[in-house]
Design a protein around this ligand. Sequence first.
Ligand SMILES: [Zn+2]
Length: 316
Amino acid sequence: MNWIQKKLQSFVEKAKQTFKKNRPSKAEQANSAWVNCPGCNQMKLREDLKKNFNICDCNHHFDLDPKILFTELLFDEGEWEKIPCPPADPDPLNFKIGDTKYIDKYNANIKKTNQDSAVLAGIGKVNGLKIVAFGYNFAFGGNAMTPRENEQLMSGIQKALDEKVDGVISVYQSGGMSVATNIHGLSTMPKQMFAMKELREAGIVTIGILESKITGGTFCNTYGNDFLFSTNPNNESQLFAGKRVSASVNKGQALPEDFGVSKSLLSLGMIDGIFDSRMEIRQRITNLIRVLLKKSEKESREESTSNVKVDIPTAI
Ligand SMILES: [Zn+2]
């Protein structure tokens, strides 16, 4: 190595260290008052986004806490009853990598989100219709599904059957089955599909609402629903594998720009429709259930105690 190469290498090393030092850590990014919007590539204040249910002016949808969804966007008067989570073991294999135990990470997520599992389940009235809702919380470790999340789903479905509700809606945002639980996580897939079949046989309408980042086993299980709608045309990562993973197994062949994006799924017939935003969930699902169950609009409107003022045409 001559002196020019040495000088150059030392310059590159120094530049690397400077950039490394200046780049904020994950924790710093999470605690920052500002966030970069991938939709419009502008910095946005988290407080401003919060006021608009985490929807940017450009209509990019950031993750939303299921508790906020249930209380402020979905259930009448914000009233709903939590369906208790059974105490199933989320870590049957006592999994750990090095010194890091999976159960410690799981417990940290319980503390962080104030949920017993990654799935929140609730029952209440939506525009006068009796509904069981499941909210998948991505902030809970990417909503990796363990036997505990499965038991939460089973108890919610059992409640729906016992109470003979009008519909079950699932608002999805999940990276799939937890790899730390191996076969115990995978075995929850057929259980969920059989349970969804029970709902269909009982005449209960099931509707899957897709946000971004739905992959793996959860993506497969969305097809247990009677209907699938996306909350936004530009929601992404709505296929079994994300763009990066799919590109790596598809060497030499470029993936389409809209790979895994809602509008492409609709054009391929993989989902039934797309809303303009999550603000429409409440009205759209009740319009659909009302038609299917032959409940008159008048009947449902009389029962309605809506606290959300969204002007949506009556078409589904
Ligand atoms: Zn934006």
